[in-house]
Design a protein around this ligand. Sequence first.
Ligand code: ATP
Length: 415
Amino acid sequence: MFIGIDDTDSERGLCTTYLAAVLMERLSPLGELVGYPKLIRLNPCARYKTRGNAAIALELKSDRIEDIREIALQTVLELSDFSGSNTNPGLVIASRKTPSMAAFYQRAVTRILEIEDARKLLDQEGIWHRGFKKGRGLIGALAAIGAVLPDYTYELIAYRERDRWGTPRSIDEATVWRADGLTYPRTWDTVDHHNGRMVFAPHSADPVLFGIRGSDPQAILEAFQAIKSEPIERKVLYQTNQGTDAHILEGTVADVRASESYRLRGFVAGQPQAIAGGHLFFPLQDGTGRVVCAAFEPTKNFRAIVKQLIIGDEIEVYGSVQESTLNLEKMRVLHLADKTEAFAPVCPQCNKRMKSAGKGQGYRCRSCKTHAEGLVCRIQKRELETGYYEVPPCARRHLSKPLVRMNGEKVHCSR
Ligand code: ATP
């Protein structure tokens, strides 16, 4: 059977992945876990998310269905933060995974859904479920079960002892850098080299101590063993759609809708402009229209790349659309436009640069009395190269595919 859980935590504490980790322990005498537990990220633009719009699905081989429902229900009641104004837990237990459930996941990771959409499918398929308060968590719980992952990565999440929740995390930073050095590129986003900080540990009051992401469970375990920290209460290795671009829709500018994420191809139609706060904007044009692309201040060193774009550069952008602006997660520079510089011509006799002879009257050399009509244009070398560029690890969206995973492409990894 398949168990899906979502929306059990609040900004103040707890975490759906922790609840699932405890549930796995409680269910282990009743059946056998099939494969890895799944950590499924859904549409990053969903309005009511607490942090990263995560939901969990477990697959269990067991015929003790009543006992399992009872334990799952008790665990949700015990480990959800019902006081959170935005906490609306959902628990779904299904005996099979159908194509309609897979299609529901596909919509939940790319579009905005209503609670009714989930309830309708649950009723149609006769799936056992419990929604608490508004029951919004049913969307994520059902989508997580339905998730089909043509591409996937792993994350090991280590959880804190309960009496430490809400206190500063104690992690030996030097060992984290060492773990990264030992296992990158099979693990990623543990540290951000350019910005000189650890990025694998949250700062909130939840039970997560840290999470190690990677392509290879063995490398993740190696990194985990290298890290020294406060005691760990439990750890779980999840299979996940993180780092796969599952949220990205193919489209043209005319297709773009708010709260969805796209890959768009077009031309830079205006010089990138910075505004107060260090946010950077430029328009992208394709055959169907124009959209403003943004590299916000938290994308740090990525802005220095975006600043080098000029009108006419052909690029592909990846990002989420909010308030009609596409927030860049990465971009691919396909073709660089010629950047020209204009100079006063050089005198053919003395080799010195000529001076203007007056408005509309060309250029002249006073000493040699030579004359030339207009400015001379020279093509400047561009610092920017073709290939993929990405935001640094400190600004990475969970679902964004990091360039370290783009095998066979010309990439400029931000590390
Ligand atoms: P955490 O990452 O700490 O577990 P969270 O960021 O996952 O928290 P939730 O508390 O799970 O946030 O809240 C997200 C809510 O949005 C859930 O109720 C979930 O069912 C719902 N949701 C998920 N995907 C969509 C979607 N595509 N459209 C509308 N609602 C969605």
